[in-house]
Design a protein around this ligand. Structure first.
Ligand code: SF4
Length: 465
C-alpha cells in the first residue's frame, strides 16, 4: 500500500547536522497525528493561504518545519497575543495557536485566558500530555495527582503542587468563546473524533465566527517512561479520568461572523498632534542624532529638564523621545532620564553611550560621566566636587543650583542648566526652541513663564551663549 504524504505539509523535514530522522518527534508521540489532522483540514477547507500558525516554546515549537502555511515563532506562552495581533491587523488571516500544556497552562495561561475572554477570532489547539516534554518531563499544570515527573519524583502532591488544571473548564466560564471541546489522539476511534473537532474549529475560523478552543490529550511516551502502547493506554485510562472528553460548548450553528473590533486611533493620533503649533517631525538625515542623559536627585527637576529638551526638539520639527527612570523614593532618590533628538524616527529611547551627559550631583556624576562618548559633552553643576577635569570630552562646570538660588528661584536650577546646554551648542537645538519649550511647560502656571525665561536669558549670557 502506498502511503501518501499529507498535502499541505512540507515534503521533507530538513534538519541541520547529520540526523536522518523523518520527524523530530519521538515514536508514539501524539504531535505528529495532530499535525496531520490540522494539515488535512486546512487543505480540505482550502484555507492554507490564509492560515498563520503561532508556534511557541515546547515540543510544539517545530510545527513550522511541517506546516506549509504562514508561521510565526512566538515567545513562551504568548501564542494568543501573536494571534490577536494577526487577526486584528489582517482581517483575511486565520490565526491558529498551537501550544502544549506547560506553555499554555502555566507560562501563558493568562494570555490565553484573556484572548478567550475577548473572543478573539482565532482557534487554539491545546496539546495536553501532562508534562513539560521538550525540557525533560517536569511537572506541568496538567500533570495528574501522584504522577511522577522530573520535578515531582515522589509523585504530584496536591497539597504541595496544587491540582491538575482543567483548562477547558476554566475557559468555559467565559462568555465569548464559541466552541470548546476536549478530544484525544490515543487511539483510532479517538483520532476520528479529534479530526472532527479540529475541522469544526477551523470551519469556525474560515467563517470568522469567533474563538474556538480544542484541547487534545496526547501521549508522551518519552517522559512517561513508557513505550507507545503503554503511553496511549495511560492517556486513555488515567488522563481521561481526570480530563473527560466531550463538547463543553458548541455555538457553531447559531454563531454569526464576528465583526472586527472597531478601529482605535493608532499611536500617530497621540504623538503627531501638535496643538501648540509645532510642526510634525519630518525626516532630515542631515540632522545628526543627539543622545542625552540627565541625572541627579529626585526633586531637582531632572525629568523636567529632559522633557524641556525633548519638547525643544519637537518644536524644532525633530523626532524626539523622553525616557524617564525613577528611583524607588518619591523625593531625594536618584532620578535620571534619557532623551533622543533625531532627524529620523528614533529606534530606541534608551541611551547608553551619550553625546551629552548632564549631572546635577555627585552620585549622578559618578554613575553617568563615563557614558559620554569621546568628544561628547559632560556638563555638571559646579557643586559637584571633581578632583580632575575629565579628558577626551568637552567639559562644562556651571553653578546652576547656586545661580538659581541666589535669584530666589532654587527650583529653576533646571531652567538654568537648560540655558547652559543651549549656550554650549551641544544639541543642534537653538535658543529659540529651548525657550519655547520652557514656556510651554508652564502653560498651567503662566505667571512663572516670564520669571523662568528671565533666568534662562541671564544664565545663557553668563554661560557664554
Ligand atoms: S518529548 Fe513527549 S511531547 Fe515531546 S516529542 Fe517526545 S513524546 Fe512528543
Amino acid at each position: 500500500m502506498a502511503v501518501k504524504k499529507t498535502v499541505g505539509m512540507y515534503p521533507a523535514f530538513d534538519r541541520s547536522g547529520t540526523s536522518t530522522r523523518a520527524s523530530h518527534y519521538c515514536a508514539g508521540c501524539g504531535h505528529g497525528i495532530i499535525h496531520k489532522l490540522i494539515t488535512e483540514a486546512v487543505t480540505d477547507l482550502g484555507i492554507a493561504d490564509r492560515v498563520v500558525m503561532a508556534n511557541p516554546i515546547g515540543c510544539a515549537v517545530f510545527g513550522y518545519y511541517y506546516w506549509d502555511v504562514g508561521n510565526i515563532g512566538a515567545a513562551h506562552g504568548r501564542a494568543a497575543a501573536v494571534c490577536t495581533a494577526v487577526c486584528r491587523t489582517c482581517p483575511e488571516a486565520i490565526a491558529l495557536a498551537y501550544q502544549g500544556d506547560g506553555d499554555l497552562g502555566a507560562i501563558g495561561f493568562n494570555c490565553t485566558f484573556q484572548a478567550a475572554n475577548r473572543g478573539e477570532r482565532m482557534a487554539t489547539f491545546f496539546v495536553n500530555n501532562g508534562t513539560y516534554g521538550m525540557t525533560g518531563g517536569q511537572m506541568a499544570p496538567t500533570s495528574l495527582e501522584g504522577q511522577k515527573t522530573a520535578t515531582t519524583p515522589l509523585g504530584r502532591d496536591v497539597l504541595n503542587d496544587g491540582y491538575p488544571l482543567h483548562v477547558c473548564e476554566v475557559i468555559n466560564q467565559l462568555t465569548a468563546p464559541v466552541y470548546i471541546e476536549r478530544v484525544s489522539v490515543a487511539d483510532t476511534r479517538r483520532i476520528m473524533d479529534a479530526r472532527r473537532a479540529i475541522r469544526k474549529a477551523l470551519e469556525l475560523q474560515r467563517d470568522g465566527k469567533g474563538y474556538a478552543f480544542v484541547e487534545i490529550l496526547s501521549p508522551c511516551p518519552t517522559n512517561l517512561g513508557m513505550d507507545a502502547v503503554q503511553a496511549a493506554q495511560f492517556t486513555n485510562d488515567k488522563m481521561e479520568r481526570e480530563f473527560p472528553l466531550g463538547v463543553l460548548r458548541d455555538q457553531s450553528a447559531t454563531a454569526t461572523a464576528r465583526p472586527a473590533a472597531p478601529a482605535k486611533p493608532g499611536p500617530a493620533a497621540f504623538f503627531t498632534s501638535n496643538p501648540d503649533g509645532a510642526t510634525d517631525a519630518a525626516p532630515d538625515p542631515s540632522f545628526a542624532e543627539q543622545r542625552l542623559k540627565f541625572a541627579g536627585f529626585g526633586g531637582q527637576g531632572i525629568l523636567s529638564l529632559g522633557l524641556y529638551v525633548a519638547e525643544a526638539g519637537r518644536f524644532a520639527g525633530r523626532y524626539t523621545t523622553w525616557f524617564p527612570s525613577y528611583g524607588p523614593e518619591q523625593r531625594g532618590g536618584a532620578a535620571s532620564c534619557s532623551v533622543v533628538v533625531a532627524g529620523n524616527p528614533v529606534g530606541s529611547p534608551a541611551v547608553d553611550h551619550a553625546d551629552v551627559v548632564i549631572c546635577m550631583n555627585l552620585p549622578a556624576y559618578e554613575r553617568f560621566a563615563k557614558d559620554v562618548r569621546p568628544g561628547g559633552w559632560l556638563i555638571v553643576d559646579a557643586s559637584v566636587p571633581i578632583a580632575e577635569k575629565p579628558v577626551g570630552v568637552q567639559f562644562v562646570s556651571f553653578p546652576a543650583i547656586q545661580f538659581a538660588t541666589e535669584r530666589g528661584m532654587p527650583r529653576s536650577a533646571n531652567a538654568v542648566m537648560l540655558a547652559v546646554l543651549a549656550a554650549s551648542g551641544a544639541t543642534g537645538l537653538d535658543r529659540r526652541v529651548m525657550e519655547q519649550a520652557l514656556a510651554a511647560s508652564f502653560q498651567k502656571k503662566p505667571s512663572l513663564i516670564p520669571k523662568n525665561l528671565a533666568i534662562f536669558a541671564a544664565a545663557y549670557q553668563q554661560a557664554g551663549g
